[in-house]
Design a protein around this ligand. Sequence first.
Ligand code: GTP
Ligand code: MG
Ligand code: ZN
Length: 319
Amino acid sequence: MLLEGVVYRGNSGLYEIRVDGDETPYVARLKGTLKKELIYSTSGSRPLRVTQAKKRRATDPIAIGDTVKFDVDEHLIQEVLPRRSELARSSPQTGEQHVLVANLDTVFVVFAASEPKPDPWLLDRFLVLVESADLKAEIVINKCDLLTDLTSTYELMKPYADAGYRIHYISAKQVLGIDTLRNVLSKKISAFAGPSGVGKSSILNRLKPGLKLKTGDIGEITFKGRHTTTTAELIPLDTEQSWVADTPGLRQVDFWDVDADQLEFCFPEFKDFLDGCHYTNCSHKTEPGCLLRAEVDAGRVDSRRYKSFLQMRGEKEHA
Ligand SMILES: Nc1nc2c(ncn2[C@@H]2O[C@H](COP(=O)(O)OP(=O)(O)OP(=O)(O)O)[C@@H](O)[C@H]2O)c(=O)[nH]1
Ligand SMILES: [Mg+2]
Ligand SMILES: [Zn+2]
């Protein structure tokens, strides 16, 4: 009998699968021939950017989030359905591509209102990471309980709100904003990204009581020199068909494959102005007739975000 389900955990060739409406998880291996087919197939469903940038061998043909058809009696995965998205990174050592999560709908980029203090330059990098994978990003500002006045936080976040990002102000500790977040997560595969110590695991524990993910304080993490969360898996929420991923790989924003010439498309508030420059290959830096710079000068595009863009592109060009 063939069933369709979502791979939520995978360990050395053994995959754990959940079938919608079925309480019992299933375990299956990948059919031998399928492995080969998948590795060499060129999927037409991927976004152009990803296809162009990554013609490398995938390390694992199945990622958490994949929808598969499997034989229940033989415990064999027969087919992997086309992905609607993939969040991938390549190993800095081998260049091999590794898909962290397949079929992600939304990435919640989590920062804290305080402890650690929000760093907008780092937030920009996380957002570029999400945009470059053609995924939807929403911002979560956790630990709002630590500030008696959020005015400066709202000011810091204004350019992001203006750029169209939805921002959730919450407190995992005081359980504020958690219900709204749970509703937003409904019927989706979501991931929580962000620096260590901002409260990603704490939020997940609130979203799903009884989950008991390990959490730690920043001092402890720095001292040990490693992060608290070390495994990647999808966690089913009680709400129908909603899943969240708590993946350690989403913390490293340095190695992502974003081409220098694609970066400008990763800033949503630039989009309306990119076709209006005098030169079609405008680098938006010093050229005369640059519409983007004119918008920055006029205060309609945030100048710090613009600087952040130039800085990231400079790094990519000299990499
Ligand atoms: N005051 C306050 N502290 C919080 C809140 N959420 C989490 N914390 C604390 O912040 C620390 C870090 O929380 P974690 O949930 O472990 O953070 P994380 O983002 O999962 O960290 P990594 O797994 O290392 O990436 C813990 O000591 C939590 O108790 C909150 O809303 N308010
Ligand atoms: Mg964690
Ligand atoms: Zn320009």
